[in-house]
Design a protein around this ligand. Structure first.
Ligand code: ATP
Ligand code: MG
Ligand code: MG
Length: 539
């Protein structure tokens, strides 16, 4: 039965885990080290943590490393970093590969009990037979024959390589996952941890129920699209319990898979973006990976709040990125310092006829409502830069407000006769004017050498995928957005020189940004690289 969804009660669920006892619950997060963690994995990790905490139990983290062809040290290291960034507090870190000896022992016991058989039906044909519910000719091989082939498989011989070891379940089941799934298969590739020691490996279906039970996992959380596999999991676990006395029970509990609009969340597909150079790396700010979204300016607390507000609903839905970025904005806005940037392209000099002939430096707060953000130096002078968009919206005689200074009155506007663009402005200060009565509050920077502005590169991004809801039979490669990175050159106030990588700020009247490359690390001639942080508002 579908569970009731949680309300917006700030991260609590209406339902609990079946058969859960306080102090005895053990959950686990089992990533396969075949990529970096993405936001869907973050949901899995945080839900497991949530239930472990709720019942004062334990959380295990297990590298599910049963496929040597896909797994790498790089992925293990980065998943560990992601887990640390997510703030997971786990009791033990384990590896499915730790259990290879026991799993091989188990395989032999299963063969002796007549619960597994070796099958050399070619892969395509086996798939066809499973689809149609046709029994393989190998299904009734004798125990002796199966043990002989098991030895060939363990040695990775030519004969071994042509065989797969299958569970003998039920080829006539209406549930396709029950039609004798593969349990062990040879693979001669180097395993990131055990090297060339093993020539055959358990499948996920084979290893997972055993390792869950052996590690004392009481509740195995799985995404609900694996619902069909529940029957299979319980059959396999029950079969193991027959040949491996004392193996405890495990409850499966499923929850909905997280999907996002304009996004693919499968490691196979994300790998393609990395390998074809469409993104810089797994931590590219366009990637839906934990590292990608953190680099883009997401706060971990926003990610947690979003995931726990999802509740326990089992409906598979597409989430809007705007929703999570809105949560994020509410966290960063009250605390992040404010700075000023002026786009270089088309900027206009405003001469203030009664402005200070000698530039004046005053200290102003970095955030008016948040004193801990500190102060910044502001240079006032008789020549200042405005952006073209602002300059071209002015009228002669209009009173405007210069932010952090006061009012001024526009006296003359000079335009390029052919394009109509504003090329120069003049005005007079009117510091007694009422800042509440002006239509425009302008961002500006002093245009004098004493105000050592700093070059900025402002970078914005678009979705990697053009289609809102990617469906099962879509070929994602047909949906790739050709242009996803946009750059603008600007200058920023001198205080920005001290910003560090990862600092979040607001550029007044532009939006929120995160520092990706601070000033001076790659030489002082390079601009500070700022990534625009989405704020959840449609552009
Ligand atoms: P992918 O399809 O991205 O390769 P996976 O399930 O093969 O995902 P694993 O490393 O095996 O990747 O996943 C670790 C855990 O995260 C599993 O429990 C899996 O069910 C869960 N998980 C994976 N993707 C999602 C998602 N989109 N939403 C929620 N949980 C997910
Ligand atoms: Mg998996
Ligand atoms: Mg997968």
């Amino acid at each position: 039965p579908a569970a009731a969804g949680a309300g917006d009660s700030g991260g609590s669920f209406d339902i609990g885990l079946p058969g859960a006892e306080e102090g005895k619950v053990v959950t686990r997060f089992p990533p396969e080290p075949s990529g970096y963690l993405h936001i869907g994995h973050a949901k899995a990790a945080l839900l497991n943590q949530y239930f472990a905490d709720l019942y004062k139990g334990k959380l295990l983290v297990r590298f599910d490393d049963t496929n040597p062809s896909k797994e790498k040290d790089e992925f293990v290291e980065n998943i560990l970093k992601d887990i640390a960034d997510l703030g997971l507090r786990y009791d033990r870190l384990t590896y499915t590969s730790d259990y290879f000896p026991q799993l091989l022992d188990l395989g032999e016991k299963m063969i002796r009990a007549g619960l597994m058989y070796a099958d050399d039906t070619p892969v395509e044909q086996m798939r066809e037979q499973r689809l149609k519910g046709i029994e393989s000719a190998c299904r009734n091989r004798s125990v002796e024959e199966n043990l002989r082939l098991w030895a060939e498989m363990k040695a990775g011989t030519e004969i071994g390589l042509t065989n797969a070891m299958r569970f003998k379940i039920d080829m006539k089941s209406v549930n396709g996952t029950m039609r004798d799934p593969v349990a062990f298969r040879c693979n001669l590739a180097h395993h990131w941890r055990t090297g060339y020691k093993y020539k055959l490996y358990p499948t996920y279906d084979c290893a997972c129920p055993f390792v869950d039970a052996v590690e004392g996992v009481t509740h195995a959380l799985r995404t609900s699209e694996y619902r069909d596999r529940e029957e299979q999991y319980y059959w396999i676990l029950a079969a193991y319990q027959k040949v491996w006395p004392g193996l405890p029970n495990v409850h499966i509990w499923d929850y909905s898979r997280l999907n996002f609009v304009n996004t693919v969340l499968s490691k196979r597909k994300l790998t393609w973006f990395v390998e074809t150079g469409r993104v810089e790396s797994w931590n590219d700010p366009r990637m839906p990976t934990v590292q990608g979204i953190l680099r883009r300016g997401m706060r971990i607390e926003a990610l947690k709040e979003f995931i726990l507000s999802q509740g326990a609903s089992k409906n598979i839905t597409f989430q809007e990125w705007d929703k999570i970025w809105t949560i994020n904005k509410k966290l960063i806005d009250p605390v992040c310092p404010r700075h000023t940037a002026i786009e270089v392209d088309g900027r206009v000099l405003l001469t203030l006829e009664d402005g200070p002939a000698e530039p004046e430096v005053v200290m102003v707060p970095r955030h008016k409502k948040y004193p801990p953000a500190g102060k910044k130096a502001l240079t006032r002078a008789n020549q200042i830069w405005l952006e073209q968009v602002d300059a071209s919206s002015l009228a002669e005689g209009e009173e405007v407000t210069l932010m952090d200074w006061g009012n001024a009155i526009v006296k003359s506007i000079t335009r390029d006769p052919s394009t109509g663009a504003v090329t120069a402005l003049s005005g007079m200060l009117n510091l007694d004017g009422d800042v509440k009565k002006t239509r425009l509050k302008l961002t500006w920077l002093a245009a004098v050498p004493q105000c050592e502005v700093v070059p900025l590169q402002l970078v914005d991004f678009d979705y990697l995928i053009t289609k809102k809801k990617v469906e099962e039979d879509d070929n994602f490669m047909d949906l790739v957005n050709p242009t996803t990175r946009f750059e603008k050159i600007a200058v920023g106030d001198p205080n920005m020189r001290t910003l560090q990588k990862g600092d979040v700020l607001q550029l007044e009247r532009k939006g929120y940004y995160i520092v990706d490359e601070p000033y001076g690390v790659k030489g002082t001639s390079r601009p500070i690289v700022l990534f625009c942080i989405p704020d959840g508002r449609a552009k």
